[in-house]
Design a binder for this molecule. Structure first.
Ligand SMILES: *[C@@H]1O[C@H](CO)[C@@H](O)[C@H](O)[C@H]1NC(C)=O
Ligand SMILES: *[C@@H]1O[C@H](CO)[C@@H](O)[C@H](O)[C@H]1NC(C)=O
Length: 313
């Protein structure tokens, strides 16, 4: 008996066998490689568990080892918590804006003076703003904040119902809400997408504290290894491996809708450091203005991107 207790204390002290705790949204398609990886490939020293949350958890709660979130939330947290590291890209999504063509909207410029739905302070808000500013720096259109719906039938106060009822003229947000909006409008749906202006970079984050702990780090490497195997399946055999059903079930969507938006999801893994730093410098400058803080220096953004776990696979 004493022996077991003693062993238990040593294991606790060495941090061996403690479950890996990951903060992530559980409602988005982007997060689903994580449950798939845990179920099919993860071989860490103990289990890994997903807790509803995101990169903000890493900043405030030491019980979290990893978190997944869009780069927008990553930058917002990194601005004041420089121990956070982006270690893997799970998914990149070129968001879309869906507009009601019956209101005379053919191009983004036609959205001048119109009401566009999105959710404030999110990557989708950044996307809509950047798309509009790219058309005209001074374009005037109202951002209407609404709830998002990911599975039909959708309530009347949500995207996409607000577009269908005519309460708003367009909206831009993550999938599959835009797909549902396009389906609701049928032939009147007009879609805008431009990955070179904005794409969501949905990434996996950790902290230098976790990465510097040799036992934790081993499990983090195993988790990324399992994710990397998952992305291969998601990219190359989604139909054969039953991924549309798996994803639909995991996030409470319909499998045909998941399949319809699959092509907008790029399961990336590694990144081009030069390109991504440029992208982040630009987005951070925008966020710094919105959040009334100083921009993160480029050299600090270079430190934010950490390929060391990937290099260990
Ligand atoms: C995307 O935006 C860039 C920058 O304004 C522009 O050069 C390009 O033509 C756009 N692509 C599409 C498909 O609209
Ligand atoms: C990650 O997966 C990709 C795609 O299957 C593969 O090409 C790459 O070698 C893997 N990376 C590592 C470090 O294992």
């Amino acid at each position: 008996m004493q022996c077991f207790i003693f062993l238990g204390i040593i294991l606790l002290y060495l941090n061996i066998g403690a479950a890996l705790k990951v903060g992530t949204s559980l409602a988005w398609i982007e997060h689903t490689p994580q449950p798939y990886a845990i179920k099919n490939f993860y071989k860490g020293s103990s289990s890994a568990s997903l807790t509803s949350g995101g990169v903000a958890n890493l900043a405030t709660d030491k019980s979290f080892d990893l978190a997944a979130n869009a780069e927008t939330q990553g930058l917002k947290q990194y601005a004041s918590h420089r121990n956070i590291r982006l270690i893997y890209i799970i998914c990149e999504v070129a968001y879309r804006i869906v507009a009601d063509g019956s209101k005379g909207i053919k191009s983004l410029a036609d959205l001048k003076g119109k009401k566009i739905g999105s959710i404030q302070g999110t990557s989708a808000n950044v996307f809509v703003d950047m798309m509009m500013k790219n058309v005209d720096r001074f374009i005037d259109c109202a951002l209407i904040v609404t709830d998002v719906c990911m599975k039909a039938p959708c309530a009347s106060n949500t995207l996409p119902q607000q577009l269908k009822s005519g309460a708003i003229d367009a909206f831009g947000i993550w999938e599959p809400a835009v797909e549902l909006g396009a389906q609701a409008l049928g032939q009147n749906a007009v879609l805008f997408q431009n990955a070179s202006i904005y794409r969501e970079v949905y990434a996996l984050y950790s902290t230098t504290d976790v990465l510097n702990d040799p036992n934790k780090r081993k499990d983090v490497v195993e988790f990324v290894r399992a994710l990397n195997k998952t992305l291969d399946v998601f990219t190359n055999e989604p139909e054969k491996a039953g991924i549309y059903d798996f994803v639909a079930k995991a996030v409470g969507m319909d499998a045909p809708v998941v399949k319809a938006v699959w092509g907008d999801h790029k399961w990336s893994g590694r990144w081009d450091a030069k390109e991504l730093v440029e992208f982040l410098v630009k987005e951070d400058a925008y966020l710094a203005t919105m959040d009334k803080r100083t921009p993160i220096p480029r050299t600090e953004l270079e430190k934010f991107l950490d390929t060391s776990v990937l290099d260990e696979l």
